[in-house]
Design a protein around this ligand. Sequence first.
Ligand SMILES: Nc1nc2c(ncn2[C@@H]2O[C@H](COP(=O)(O)OP(=O)(O)OP(=O)(O)O)[C@@H](O)[C@H]2O)c(=O)[nH]1
Ligand SMILES: [Mg+2]
Length: 455
Amino acid sequence: MPDAATIFALSSGRPPVAIAVVRVSGPQAGTALKALTGRIPEQRKAALARVRNPASGEVIDEALVLWFPAPHSETGEDVAELQVHGGQAVIAGVLDALSKIENCRMAEPGEFTRRAFENGKLDLTEVEGLADLIAAETEAQRRQAFRQLKGLIGDRADAWRRRLIEALALVEARIDFSDEADVPENLVEPALHAARQLYDEIAACLADSGRGERLREGLVVAIAGPPNAGKSTLLNRLAQREAAIVSPYPGTTRDVIEVHLDLAGYPVTLLDTAGIRESNDPVEQEGVRRARERAAMADLVLWVTEASAAGEVPQNSAARLSAAEVWWLQNKVDLVPANSKPKSESRTKDWANHSFTMSATTGFGVDQFIAALTAYAQGYFSATESVMVTRARHRRALEKTLAALKRACREGSNGREELIAEELRAAATTLGRLTGRVDVEDILDAIFRDFCIGK
Ligand SMILES: Nc1nc2c(ncn2[C@@H]2O[C@H](COP(=O)(O)OP(=O)(O)OP(=O)(O)O)[C@@H](O)[C@H]2O)c(=O)[nH]1
Ligand SMILES: [Mg+2]
């Protein structure tokens, strides 16, 4: 049962700001609006009003006021919105006045959205899409979040679930009326046919190499290599700020340093790591361990060496990192005499997919490298327009659905109708959990906790 309390919160950013939006949702929203402004304006039309403290009658501010009666509001409840001047004291005054109204209290993080979910305004995947939209840092992330908010996966899952329930109804009819002469024999075969079709469609949707999840988190690119090669200098140049400490002493970087890049709208998480070498210093050893660990999990490793250190490339170090792809970056090319510039292509070892020469301090060759990295990110994410799965939670639910469908088909060949029905029901339940149609109490808290207050 939805909580009967009326909730309110500052929904806009941290003051001081030009305009602050205070939202109120719940059965007392109209009462609250009347108490603060003296009247309820025409619905869905902005109106100018003086906001007063109901106890003292003192004017707090002049506001633009909006009124959205239930059920046609974001939460599905009565909603009032006050746009006031975004100063600390104004906001505090409005929130304080609201808190004095009976049954009104401050909202918890994500509570407005939770009410929208409980009132059927959004399904769970759309709630997640909304969270992602708020968190989106790049264009591609924003597009994916918006598609999800608009029901890309939710609508598809609902359609699958409806087809599953129809298939289930066929099998159940066969079970219930098996004694009656006029029930056709061939009810189970169409149901199994539908199950097989659904299996193929869901499996195709899962065969996306996890790109939707990656787009949320960013493509992970780790900079690794021997100490003093200029890894941190390169990170700083790419990040366009001094994120990592640079020094002429080998073994400077110890912790993994993370910066977020936006390459042509695609998110890349760039990691700077400790130079990899044998060391007796326990702190450096730990740094090297972390460097190896993160590089091994990265989508792409940039193995940086000094260009002058020709032939000294630790052949196996890069390969042993076992990343999906390794690029060899020969840095400090400015220190190499002009007539002996390394011939990168011919020196590309079989562990490296590409090789570049550059100078992280002068910037020589860096633009070319950035262009290649951008193209790589674009290529990696190019197929994401149609990707539906954006979270591990979706993947797990769909995998469970697939497993149940598979079992249903297997029981089909054994002709055990009760077991077919049971598996189809299980498949429908896992799909229902994906959109939050069935028993999801346990996952709700985890999802809404990540929202900010006022959303
Ligand atoms: N001449 C020249 N010097 C560079 C270049 N890149 C980095 N350096 C210098 O090389 C030294 C080491 O640079 P860092 O970026 O700290 O090297 P690192 O690979 O992060 O080193 P560790 O953190 O110790 O593994 C610094 O003195 C940099 O100024 C370059 O392209 N050319
Ligand atoms: Mg460093």
